[in-house]
Design a binder for this molecule. Structure first.
Ligand SMILES: [Zn+2]
Length: 85
């Protein structure tokens, strides 16, 4: 699990914008990210502990990967909807 913030996710989000992987919502805070070219699929999970945000992905990266970056956009939208509901 990696703690995420606007600094360490910026590059991952940028890479996700270029790679444009397919993001599927499994449930709130739980996503499946598929690379459209290779077909590789990874699972990304977000959690919030004491107001700190964490993310984890089952790919080999030890840093914030673009799977997490791709999921963040979806996650922000869903989290806002949940707060409003
Ligand atoms: Zn990943």
């Amino acid at each position: 699990m990696i703690e995420i913030n606007t600094q360490n996710t910026a590059k991952a989000i940028e890479k996700a914008r270029k790679t444009k992987p397919l993001v599927k919502v499994i449930e709130f805070r739980h996503y499946q990210v598929t690379n459209k070219i290779t077909g590789a699929t990874y699972t990304v999970k977000f959690s919030k502990i004491n107001n700190r945000k964490f993310a984890e992905c089952d790919c080999k990266s030890i840093k914030v990967c673009y799977h997490i970056g791709a999921s963040i956009g979806f996650h922000i939208v869903l989290a806002e909807q949940t707060i409003k509901a």
